[in-house]
Design a protein around this ligand. Sequence first.
Ligand SMILES: [Zn+2]
Length: 91
Amino acid sequence: MYRLILIFFSGSSLVSFLTCLIYRYRHNIHDRYSVCDHCGRILPWYVKIPVLGYFLSLGRCVRCGYRIPLCYPLAESAGGLLFVLLYLLQT
Ligand SMILES: [Zn+2]
């Protein structure tokens, strides 16, 4: 069970990283900090945990209350589920 959780977290982390990379490349952002799209303030560490961060922040920016698009946790969840599925098919 712990192995599946670790594999899910690995897949969701990879999707989160790739999403961040694409977003920064498209918007020409070179800062190392993750900021809110709306207010531009730096986000705390726990908001950046894939999938969990969305629920910990109740789907909103913890600084200004701006609603975070649902596509981010959905894409991260899909990546995690894909990794789990690939692992289960392999074993
Ligand atoms: Zn904000």
